[in-house]
Design a protein around this ligand. Structure first.
Ligand SMILES: *[C@@H]1O[C@H](CO)[C@@H](O)[C@H](O)[C@H]1NC(C)=O
Length: 413
């Protein structure tokens, strides 16, 4: 990447970004520290997000895994919006939309998240998007996480090309059934725990566990998505710059704006498990203020009608005192040892050998029956497709375009 050609990084912008990232670092465990250190070392900022470096790294790790790499080309060609046919809207937020798309040449299906640059810039969220991209670029690959294949941009839009996961939101199925039996809840909680434990092992705190980010794939396995991209940018007390969406699973220490550890995710998992077993989140209220209040202070509702093991796990995860919370000391290992997960064979789970308790009834990758009709009935927005102005970049998002060539070769050739 030629930095001078892409526009010089001004000192003001640089220092804003550096202070943003050091703010993140101060909050202890945080995202993508390698790049942050490099950024802080005053090199032209995004040089280190150079595609070739990332590809080299990824190829190296592939080789270490013993995979064939001969098909990986050294020069990736960047994608444009017209490489895809757009089939339907499958999600939407204040920054843009998520579209189901088919690659024209290869026929593969993807979820494309298309974001309007102007709304992101207006809300000063560009760092946040860069963070999300950075997280995704860290080469996250896990059976229970949605993967990123490419990103690219036009003068008006940013695009993330993600796995298309079409089994529906976990909570779509939960709402239909009211609650899940403990064995089914244990399966989902265990898969989520593995994904969260994997992120923690890379020093990433997921933090924003929420219903719309927990998906099922067509086989019925969990896939977490959306590493921190807001649907709504809501600031709480000026601290949670990146706080977004529904707060019902947020840990008390996050709401308070305290420093937090990966254990916030175990609180979140406790909330999700509670909702799977009881049909409602533990501290729910129609009023956001009241919900905050309950998360901070209300006693856990009585845990009737569930096993002793479920009770003890919920109490362990939904512990406000972080130093006493299950998972704070030895992370996922503490959960894996818990009696509630006694029937889970963790090695088989990780290799997707455990048969899911429920298989979504989808016939093909383009089957959108589990996607909310509110979205699928919408016309495709012309602005999102943005074919008229391809290949441009803006200074704000310099260095954004990216192709995960190794994954791409595996998926669409
Ligand atoms: C949290 O638990 C630890 C260990 O039991 C204890 O020392 C500490 O005082 C507790 N903190 C609060 C705020 O209750």
């Amino acid at each position: 990447m030629n930095v001078s050609q892409d526009g010089a990084m001004t000192y003001a912008r640089m220092s804003r970004l550096v202070s943003f990232f050091s703010g993140l670092l101060k909050r202890k465990k945080t995202v993508f520290s390698n790049v942050l250190h490099k950024m802080a070392s005053c090199q032209p900022l995004y040089q280190h997000l150079d595609t070739q470096n990332i590809l080299r790294l990824r190829r190296k790790s592939k080789m270490e895994d013993g995979d064939a790499v001969s098909s990986v080309q050294s020069q990736p060609s960047l994608m444009t919006p017209s490489d895809f046919d757009y089939l339907t809207v499958i999600g939407k937020g204040s920054f843009g939309k998520v579209l189901l798309a088919r690659h024209r040449q290869h026929g593969g299906y993807y979820a494309i998240k298309a974001l309007h640059k102007h709304t992101i810039v207006k809300r000063k969220e560009q760092q946040h998007v860069m963070v999300e991209r950075s997280v995704l670029l860290k080469g996250l690959q896990h059976p229970f996480l949605v993967g990123l294949h490419f990103s690219f941009q036009t003068p008006n839009m940013l695009y993330f090309v993600l796995d298309y996961v079409n089994g529906g939101e976990l909570f779509y199925h939960l709402q239909k059934e009211g609650s899940f039996p403990e064995s089914r809840a244990a399966f989902y909680a265990a898969e989520m725990a593995m994904a969260l434990g994997y992120l923690h092992s890379l020093d990433i705190v997921y933090r924003d566990l929420k219903p719309e980010n927990i998906l099922l794939d067509n086989e019925g396995h969990v896939r977490l998505t959306d590493f921190g991209l807001c649907k709504e940018g809501v600031a709480v007390g000026g601290i949670m710059h990146t706080f977004c969406g529904t707060p019902e699973y947020l840990a008390p220490e996050v709401l308070r704006g305290h420093t937090y550890s990966p254990a916030v995710d175990w609180w979140g998992l406790g909330s999700v498990l509670f909702e799977m077993l009881y049909g409602v989140p533990p501290f729910y209220s129609h009023s956001k203020a009241e919900m905050f209040e309950k998360i901070l202070h209300a006693p856990l509702p009585p845990l009737s009608g569930v096993s002793e093991a479920a009770c003890s796990l919920l109490e362990g995860l939904l512990e406000r005192n972080v130093s006493k919370r299950l998972g704070e000391r030895r992370d996922i290992v503490e959960l894996q040892e818990h009696p509630f997960f006694a029937s889970i064979h963790w090695d088989d789970l990780l290799t997707r050998k455990v048969t899911p308790p429920f298989v979504p009834d989808v016939t093909s990758p383009s089957d959108v029956r589990y996607i909310d009709p509110e979205f699928t009935l919408q016309p495709l927005p012309a602005s999102v497709i943005d074919r008229s102005q391809e290949g441009g970049a803006s200074q704000v998002f310099t260095g954004f375009s990216y192709m995960n060539k190794c994954t791409a070769t595996g998926v669409i050739s």
